[in-house]
Write a protein that binds this ligand. Structure first.
Ligand code: TRP
Ligand code: SF4
Length: 331
């Protein structure tokens, strides 16, 4: 090969609005990748259905919201292809064909499958064919575009390993077709939640990208800081404070030495820090809210997604022609 292909495929399930944790965990990274790679980013609505099949009516709205969050946050629809998984039916066909060669044991042993199933057991019945096959569908998403790299969170690594195994098995059985995609692990949860745990909608410790500033203010001012600082004159330590790491994440060049000193010798109060942080978050969110207003106009978001789905379909049809030939299913 003359030069290495640099192609990214990644998706997100439409399950709710994006928060700052998503931004600093995933979106920031995707924005950077857009510059160097040919990227296919998609809304994994079929994957959302694997666990939300009893209430599917929310998925459509979340799909729109997810794309709106993406573009408001700075992902550029001019640079990459953005599409909806279920708008490219070829994914379902490749999922079917890959499922023929995937041993059930591989799926049952998958640690992410076991963990998620256990975690949601009390709320959802995940003893379905579709949920077991989650990584096969994910493999179809990735292999369809012959991705060289797949940026994912750490929890998705077992799925990606399966994808590589499925690719190898396909190539072995039917001839060299799919490159084995490399994972790119996105640094887990760079930004902690308001209470120090992982930022998550379900923990109620998140600030959303679309959140209005009054609500942001309330959340920031109720953040838990160093619990040794019951009173202003109690010395503290930024090491025990879950607000402190926010400063460097929002502004890597910020000089925090004064804050550290003031905290340790109790010459500054936590309210001072909260005021500064609130201003920083406002400054960060302002352009995002502004872009959001633009993208909310008319049918812009759905136009972009339909256009992207059309382009993705073009590429997917090429792959499927090749795949059908390899399996000798052309008539
Ligand atoms: N399973 C991924 C997640 O929950 C979403 C996803 C679906 C995906 N298909 C993919 C990610 C293909 C990367 C590549 O985060
Ligand atoms: Fe955290 Fe600032 Fe309070 Fe120290 S003064 S505990 S760094 S919020």
């Amino acid at each position: 090969m003359a030069h290495e292909i640099k192609r990214i495929v990644s998706g997100m399930r439409p399950t709710g609005p994006l928060h700052l944790g998503h931004y600093f965990g995933v979106i920031e990274n995707w924005i950077a990748l857009q510059k160097e790679y040919e990227c296919y980013f998609f809304v994994a609505d079929w994957h959302a259905l694997t666990s939300e099949y009893t209430d599917p009516e929310k998925i459509k709205g979340f799909t729109y919201e997810l794309a709106l969050d993406w573009f408001s946050a700075g992902l550029d629809p001019e640079k990459s292809i953005f599409f909806i998984q279920s708008e490219v039916k070829e994914h379902a066909e490749l999922n079917l064909l890959l499922s023929m060669i995937t041993p059930v044991g591989w799926l049952e042993r998958n640690p992410t499958y076991k963990e998620v199933k256990q975690e949601l057991e009390s709320k959802k019945d995940l003893n379905t064919f579709g949920f077991l096959g989650y990584p096969v569908l994910m493999s179809a998403d990735i292999l369809m575009y012959k991705a060289s790299h797949v940026p994912v969170g750490e929890d998705q690594l077992p799925h990606l390993e399966l994808c590589r195994e499925i690719a190898r098995r396909f190539n072995y059985l039917y001839g060299e077709t799919f490159p084995e995609p490399q994972s790119m692990v996105t640094e887990a949860a760079r930004l902690p939640g308001l209470d120090g745990r992982k930022m998550s909608k379900s923990y109620g410790n998140a600030i959303f990208l679309k959140e209005d500033f009054d609500s942001v203010r309330q959340k920031v001012f109720s953040m838990l800081t160093d619990t040794n600082r019951m009173r202003l004159k109690d010395p503290g330590d930024p090491k025990n404070c879950n607000l402190f790491p926010y400063f460097k994440i929002f502004d890597p060049n910020m000089d925090v030495s004064e804050i550290v000193d003031g905290c340790k010798n109790a010459t500054r109060g936590c309210t001072d820090c909260k005021k500064i942080l609130f201003e920083m978050i406002v400054k960060f969110l302002e352009p995002i809210h502004k872009k959001r207003k633009e993208y909310e106009k008319g049918t812009l978001i759905m136009d972009i997604l339909h256009e992207g789905s059309k382009k993705a379909r073009g590429k997917a049809q090429q792959t499927m022609d090749e795949v059908r030939k390899k399996i000798n299913l052309t008539y």
